[in-house]
Ligand binder design. Sequence first.
Ligand code: PLP
Length: 421
Amino acid sequence: MPVFSKILSLTGCAGKQQLRPYSAAAQSQLRELLGQQLSGIQEAGTFKAERIITSSQSTQITVQGSDQKILNFCANNYLGLANNPEIVQYSQQLLAKYGAGLSSVRFICGTQDIHKQLERKIAQFHGREDTILYASCFDANAGIFEAILTPEDAVFSDELNHASIIDGIRLCRAKKQRYKHRNLADLEQQLRSTDARLKLIATDGVFSMDGNIAPLARIVELAKKYDALVFVDECHATGFFGATGRGTEEYDNVMGEVDIINSTLGKALGGASGGYTTGPAELISFLRQKSRPYLFSNTLPPAVVAVGLKVMDMLLSSSELTQRVQSNTQRFREAMTKAGFTIAGENHPICPVMLGDARLASTFADEMLTRGIYVIGFSYPVVPQGKARIRVQISAAHTEAEIDRAIQAFIEVGRSLKVIK
Ligand code: PLP
């Protein structure tokens, strides 16, 4: 079987409809080149296969090839809202009223009253002056640095920031400086020795591979000392981290002191899609004029805007789900630590169960699946060599009984694989 077809069948992309035979030499060359690289990825054991889910996103899901319900511990569905009936119903209602989409970017004829309402609600939730919506947080990160920074400016970025921040910074013409992960001494040294006009510190609020937290209060302190701005990506914090879900600045007691927040509507906030920047009015206004992913990409569809609106209403009126995900997290972390596992990160629903060896992590995940628990093993190059792990993600929608079932399965597998006694 030619390499390319083999890869297609492995990825499940080879449908019943056969591709037409290609004659063009350039296209054969492309297939051959990519096919070889795909085989290399496969051989290195880093090929990302996708499990096909046949139900809605939830704590209990079904996957193709099985009718059995499995317990899901690997979604970013932190508040458990991805299939919330009230949200789905509201989304259907706005779909019926406003249609499938606007067929336009915002400044041509792609702004509805609901887009403005959602921007206002997000600004209210974060206590900011204004908000600009994007199709994703990847776009929000891709669109901000290039728009606001010039060659006279400098950006200081944590070395483990998310890929979208790295790409966004690549696009800008400011001086680019990377500081060691969460290392304030290194950051200070770099801030001290710059003569840039605008200085912007950029960090993830929560780093998603380790579930660890940016030292935001001390970053804010350094920013004040060196007259710098602070940008935080709150994708793994908005809605559920901090006492009322306001994110890392609430968790670290610096509410309102971060200058720019970017976040996603595609994780805790309903799990559909969409991203945003929230901050000073002039910044948001400027982004509407200059930010390329906003100017040159379609507006968010009404059914997706509806999800954001309903979630914001829920979060503005109650912190109950936020508290539930926090108590579920505590239950899991405490019992697993007591059982002898090492859980990385700090008080966050991302709970990496550290195993070290890559093969052990993948065997462990397979064994968990045979017990009806869906978790994913992460190994090099996604995480450093020798730091393979299973990343468990806790949701407000998990019941205590479901959390306990997962813990029990971890203990059984952990004993059988001699990870714990
Ligand atoms: N930033 C961080 C830290 C993320 O984890 C992600 C998603 O994986 C993104 C940005 C991109 O978010 P979105 O899915 O809205 O593009």
